[in-house]
Design a protein around this ligand. Structure first.
Ligand code: SF4
Length: 352
């Protein structure tokens, strides 16, 4: 079982991060923020998937102007993602966002960052200090020669010291490198030295299976050490997939349970059914079930009960039928056509 690091709590709107809160799942819209209806539609979809905080990009004035309406109608706290333009950070806060993300390294002058921090404090807005390979300060690049984990760490600690000196506490930090090990070391060291909540993710993880695996491995390395108070899986894909993957990572590590967890056997020569078809049917039928149960779909009756002992409920399939089982024990034989329906009945009746 993972023992989570103790951190202070910060608030993005009404969502607490760190402290005793569960690890928060966040994502970012991929629409043009200025297209208000499309952006809000995507936020709704993200919320349905379980996303708890949403970030929107604010690269142009039209995006900034759109924020007021988005914030007003968004069912999730909105974070404005700002690069380079301090006036957009101030403008976003004026338009009511719950948080802003800045990379102080690319805002430039310390006094300008301080003005943003002061304004955020007045309005109760959370700030994420972003530190990544691309926004490292020049002096640190010169000192270390490349964006090493030491350089990333030093940059993050330096900005935290300033925020603390300015008396600002409602902030979290992200330290990101596309190199998994640099990412791991920088975050690990930061976590050892502070109680500041960390936003964990792998930048530029990529597309398809490769992107998912890289994100999952990079994030899980840290989560398994108890590090990470909020996570974002960054994929070159639909943002709803980011949220799904984030929950799968948390579920796999036993850090959060959301809805049903469906597990299935890897299959082998004993298989007598079309497993893919069975799983698709069961998943379809169980969509939207929020009970936090582990359901196992096993390919045969020979080894299934033993293999799936950890599951709350499950199906062990035979040719044209399945045994429905509860905590590793068979309770009912059901026909192939009825198995998803019967499983759903058992889920409804299940009491921990
Ligand atoms: S449950 Fe049956 S089909 Fe699935 S891997 Fe085990 S023995 Fe093979």
């Amino acid at each position: 079982m993972v023992k989570r690091r103790k951190t202070r709590e910060v608030k993005v709107g009404n969502v607490g991060i760190g402290g005793d809160n569960p690890i928060r799942v966040q994502s970012m819209t991929s629409t043009k923020t200025r297209e208000v209806e499309n952006t809000l539609k995507q936020i709704e979809e993200l919320k349905k998937e379980g996303c708890e905080i949403v970030r929107v990009a604010v690269p142009h004035r039209e995006d900034l102007e759109a924020l007021e309406e988005i914030v007003k109608r968004s069912p999730l706290p909105v974070i404005a993602d700002i690069h380079f333009a301090p006036s957009y950070a101030i403008g976003s806060i004026e338009r009511g966002v719950a948080g802003i993300r800045i990379n102080p390294g690319n805002i430039g002058k310390v006094e300008v960052v301080r003005e943003i921090v002061e304004f955020a404090r007045e309005r109760g807005v959370c700030i994420r200090i972003g530190v990544n390979s691309g926004s490292l300060e020049k002096d640190l690049l010169e000192k270390y020669g490349y964006p090493s984990h030491q350089a990333l760490l030093e940059s993050a600690l330096r900005w935290c010291e300033r925020f603390e000196a300015w008396g600002f506490k409602n902030y979290k930090v992200s330290i990101k490198s596309s190199d998994l090990w640099e990412n791991y070391r920088a975050n690990l060291e930061f976590a050892r030295r502070t109680d500041i909540p960390l936003h964990v993710g792998i930048t530029e993880a990529g597309f398809g299976v490769g992107g998912i695996v890289k994100s999952a491995v990079g994030i899980a390395l840290l989560l398994s050490e108890g590090i990470g108070e909020t996570i974002r899986v960054s994929l070159t894909e639909e943002p709803t997939l980011e949220v799904r993957v984030a929950y799968e990572i948390l579920k796999a590590l036993g850090l959060r349970r959301k809805g049903l967890e469906i597990v299935s056997c890897p299959t082998c020569g004993r298989l007598e059914v079309d497993m893919e078809k069975v799983i698709r049917e069961v998943e379809e039928k169980l969509k939207g079930v929020e009970k936090p149960l582990k359901v196992a779909i096993m390919g045969c009756v020979v080894n299934a009960f033993g293999e799936a002992r950890e599951a709350d409920l499950g199906l062990a399939c035979g040719k044209g039928f399945a045994w429905l089982f509860k905590r590793g024990k068979p309770i009912k034989r059901v026909s192939e056509e009825e198995m998803a329906k019967e499983l759903l009945k058992e889920i409804d009746a299940f009491e921990g």
